[in-house]
Design a protein around this ligand. Structure first.
Ligand code: 5AD
Ligand code: SF4
Length: 467
């Protein structure tokens, strides 16, 4: 669960006078984080962000339904807000995002005290919806899925302090229908955002001081397939990478079945494109991949990784995988374990399979018992602990370019930044370096991060105190 940082709402030029308070909670992926920032922006004229649910005038929960656990968190959180409504009858409570889309008016029936259910394609209409609710016309339900992607460019700065790094959506929806995945049902068909819109947003955030941009989509490799001028994702990357002021470029998520040579070459050719690829494998078993409707085999995935490394030998690879997919045998699971040993990902995001409404796999009849899923997940984590640590250990002694993102939450004298390969590095340093590039010598590997010390500042942006 994430709250948009509120301390900057005023500082970002939103001004507080006469405005109501919005308590905005975000669950789930980066797409939802991006959407929540747009929600804060479209409501900025009337609402200022608050971190205090007790005195909010509007509570919005931007939800995720990728797994049952994420969905359940929403119900327990909303339940807590019910009493606020009794204390403050004018309070508006709304549910946005994927659970809103998936459940629609069932939510209004199950939680009769809520005022608003709005799917991911409805967020730009929020000001009108809230106006209607304030007029007392009753609860509002919006679950349309649109087939175009014209996103208004909003002139207000992002409601995040110190946005060194920002996401930019380049497409919405997904046409792949992987058998386990609810995304195509809750985010609709794949639609690419026009390149000019994307560039305009990138120029705007670079003007605000952003140094690193991550392009977002469920399946970025398909970018442009349906645009009239047949614009490709590598074409978009080339165009974006030339934007003045853009220091680092990343993207997520890429489907292995569509990872073309042209895209691999971008890692070799584009200076701004960072050497990290998140390439969800989901399973190491060809049989399971087929049942998952992934359209690649284990050998195909391994060949893609080899080819990619021939263009960019130092690329960091991370992945997602699911254990206990229906019908997964011990042998299939062993294939996943052996794939992890072969590829040696720096980091993995592994999940127990969770049946989702509307999806094909939910109707399969060979579901795996929960205890076996749990055992398999544990085995994956045990193995990855070793592999990840040895990947991180291999970086000890190296000098890395770090973009400093923030001070450490635990220790204000420490800074936190990332390498181009997306490894988190913590090191002592002054807060004036936030937003700057420094060379850091890696001194110690931990499980999911590195420790280091400043070796040099880069790009003449900061004069180190020479004593
Ligand atoms: N059960 C478990 N994990 C899932 N994911 C998507 N759908 C499910 C599901 N039904 C995982 C996939 C995906 C990541 C975002 O979430 O690994 O890549
Ligand atoms: Fe879901 Fe598959 Fe689309 Fe990814 S590619 S969003 S896993 S359906």
């Amino acid at each position: 669960m994430k709250l948009l940082n509120c301390s900057n709402a005023g500082a970002a030029g939103f001004g507080n006078r006469g405005r109501k308070r919005l308590y905005l909670v975000t669950f789930g992926c980066q797409m939802n984080e991006y959407d929540s920032q747009r929600i804060a922006q479209v409501l900025q004229e009337k609402y200022t962000l608050t971190s205090d649910a007790d005195n909010a005038d509007l509570i919005l929960i931007n939800t995720c339904s990728i797994r049952e656990k994420a969905e359940n968190k929403v119900y327990s959180l909303v339940g807590r807000f019910k009493k606020f409504k009794r204390q403050k009858p004018g309070l508006i409570i709304g549910i946005a995002g994927c659970v809103a889309q998936q459940e629609g008016d069932r939510l209004l029936k199950r939680l009769p005290f809520i005022d608003l259910v709005v799917g991911p394609h409805g967020i730009y209409g929020l000001p009108d919806m809230l106006r209607d609710i304030e007029k007392g016309t009753g609860p509002v339900l919006y679950t349309e899925l649109k087939h175009d992607f014209s996103t208004p460019l909003i002139s207000a700065p992002l409601p995040e302090p110190n946005p060194v790094q920002a996401f930019v959506t380049i497409m919405q929806g997904c046409d792949n229908f992987c058998a386990f995945c609810v995304v195509p049902y809750v985010r609709g068909r794949e639609v690419s955002r026009p390149p000019d819109d994307i560039l305009a947003e990138i120029r705007q955030i670079l003007d605000e001081g952003v140094k690193e941009v991550t392009l977002l989509g469920q399946n970025v490799n398909s970018y442009g397939k349906k645009l009239n001028d047949d614009f490709s994702f590598p074409g978009l990357l080339r165009m974006v990478s030339e934007t003045p002021g853009l220091e680092r470029l990343r993207f997520t998520t890429s489907n292995p079945k569509d990872l073309c040579i042209d895209l691999m070459k971008c890692f070799r050719d584009l200076d701004a494109l960072c050497e990290h690829l998140h390439l969800p494998v989901q399973s190491g078993s060809t049989t399971t991949l087929k049942r998952m409707n992934r359209h690649y085999t284990r050998d195909g995935y391994l060949a893609t990784v080899d080819k990619l490394k021939s263009f960019c030998p130092d690329i960091t690879l991370t992945t997602d995988l699911i254990v206990g997919f229906p019908g997964e045998t011990d042998r299939d699971f062993e294939d996943t374990i052996s794939l992890l040993k072969t590829v040696e990902f720096d980091q993995i995001f592994a999940f127990k399979y969770s049946p989702r409404p509307l999806t094909r796999a939910a109707r399969f009849d060979d579901h795996i018992p929960e205890e076996i899923k749990a055992e398999r997940l544990e085995a994956v984590f045990e193995l990855q602990k070793e592999i990840g640590l040895s990947c991180y250990k291999s970086m000890e002694g190296r000098k890395e370019e770090i973009l400093v993102e923030d001070t450490s939450k635990k220790n204000p004298k420490e800074l936190r930044g990332r390498t181009r390969g997306n490894h988190v590095v913590n090191f002592p340093g002054p807060k004036e370096l936030v937003g700057k590039f420094v060379t850091v010598k890696i001194t110690k590997a931990c499980y999911h991060s590195l420790r280091g010390e400043i070796y040099d500042t880069l790009k003449g942006e900061f004069q180190m105190n020479q004593g």
